[in-house]
Design a protein around this ligand. Structure first.
Ligand code: SF4
Length: 397
């Protein structure tokens, strides 16, 4: 579903980039791959990927995010969500090259968590994340200035979702905040609210996914929708009054996932009518009304585990990325579990899908030739503060 844009909204350079217009010299995203990609029709691609991996041996470790295509996932040494994959890479110090089949912010996180001797490669630099791009460092600094002027910055703790750029993670670390994943968002928010000065709980600035922030605050922690306000980076003062900033407990950044944001209440109603007895299982990046209407809500890992543990004969409509849902439907069909996609419209993550077999083969064969292509490297200053925010997450009670 698309919503009409208010007239005062100006597209950011990154938004133009996502639309295929303009360029962003400060970013690696949206850049064509510098090299000769094999043709997608080359029948030898699978064999070439196998041969390159075998030639590299333990020097290479291929990470595959759950939302990747099957043609790529088959070459992953390990699969998982972004944080698990970054940790898996750090636990493999003998791997000189980490080939991250995922998106840009994930490769950045892997670079932050791995040693200096390890080099992280993203097979296609255009594999960004539209949600992460909805909060730029400049916009977030402007927001923080406004909170300072309103006299609330000192009482505000930033909590940033893993799905954010290294710059945003560093901002979070510098201002005493933590990172969260969709599995530990409740713990992270509980910690953040407890950082108040004793007279009142702290406020939270939640970046960049408004839905995960709202769903966690309201559904899991019992705040009301009125406790939450939304900061729109395209409006003066975020579109909020000083009074609203002072009264709010949760200041939600106006960002969302273009994949999970597509599911609607209508999708839930329609699937319940179509499949009697169906259980609706959704990711917390979905809109609040969808989450409220679902039977179960949880991270990608939770979704996989729920379906794994489900009894034979049960029926599930799953609201998350389509590559994963299709894979799980195939995997559990033999156990008599019926798994369908929550929406009737096909809904892949288009940026995740940019990593295909030709890009993977090109990246691996370049490594065999001693050439590191598409390296993702976070500068030391950014890394220092981003790591601090990640370490706070690891220390959450
Ligand atoms: S599924 Fe959503 S949050 Fe994940 S990479 Fe794609 S756009 Fe970003």
């Amino acid at each position: 579903m698309t919503t009409a844009q208010p007239l005062d909204v100006q597209p950011t350079p990154l938004a133009l980039l996502l639309l295929g217009r303009g360029s962003d010299p400060a970013s690696e995203r949206g850049v064509d791959c510098p090299g000769d990609l094999p043709a997608p029709s080359d029948p030898g691609l699978v064999e070439r990927a196998r041969a390159a991996k075998a030639a590299l041996g333990d020097k290479v470790f291929v990470l595959g995010h759950h939302y990747q295509r099957d043609e790529v996932i088959q070459f992953a040494d390990v699969t998982g969500d972004s944080f698990k994959l970054a940790r898996d890479a750090a636990a493999r110090p003998e791997a000189e090259y980490i080939v991250f089949c995922g998106v840009h912010f994930m490769a950045e996180s892997a670079d932050i968590l791995t040693s200096d001797a390890q080099q992280v490669v993203l097979p296609d630099l255009a594999a960004g994340c539209s949600m992460a791009d909805m909060a730029t460092a400049e916009q977030v600094e402007e927001c923080w200035d406004a909170l300072t002027e309103a006299g609330v910055a000192d009482a505000t703790v930033p909590v940033s979702y893993m799905n954010s750029s290294a710059d945003i993670k560093a901002f979070t670390g510098r201002h005493g905040g933590t990172i969260c994943t969709s599995s530990n968002a409740q713990k992270a928010l509980t910690w953040a609210f407890a950082q108040g000065d004793g007279s009142a709980p702290a406020k939270v600035l939640f970046l960049p996914d408004q839905h995960l922030g709202r769903n966690t605050a309201v559904r899991d922690l019992g705040l009301s929708l009125d406790d939450c306000v939304v900061w729109n980076p395209h409006k003066p003062n975020g579109g909020l009054t000083v009074r609203q900033l002072r009264d709010a407990r949760m200041i939600l950044w106006r960002g969302h996932c273009s994949v999970h944001g597509r599911f609607t209440l209508e999708s839930v109603r329609e699937v319940r009518e179509r499949i009697p007895g169906v259980n609706v299982l959704v990711h917390p990046e979905c809109r609040h009304e969808v989450v409220a209407a679902a039977d179960r809500v949880g991270s990608t890992e939770y979704i996989i585990k729920t379906l794994q543990d489900a009894p034979a004969g049960s029926r599930w409509a799953v609201g998350t990325e389509l590559n994963l849902v299709k894979r799980l439907a195939g995997r559990f069909a033999a156990e008599g579990k019926e798994i369908v996609f929550l929406d009737r419209t096909v809904c892949f993550c288009s940026t995740m899908n940019r990593i295909d077999l030709p890009h993977l083969v090109w990246a691996l064969e370049s490594l065999v030739d001693g050439k590191v292509v598409n390296r993702i490297e976070v500068d030391r200053e950014t890394e220092k503060y981003a790591r601090l925010a990640l370490e706070r997450m690891l220390a959450l009670p």
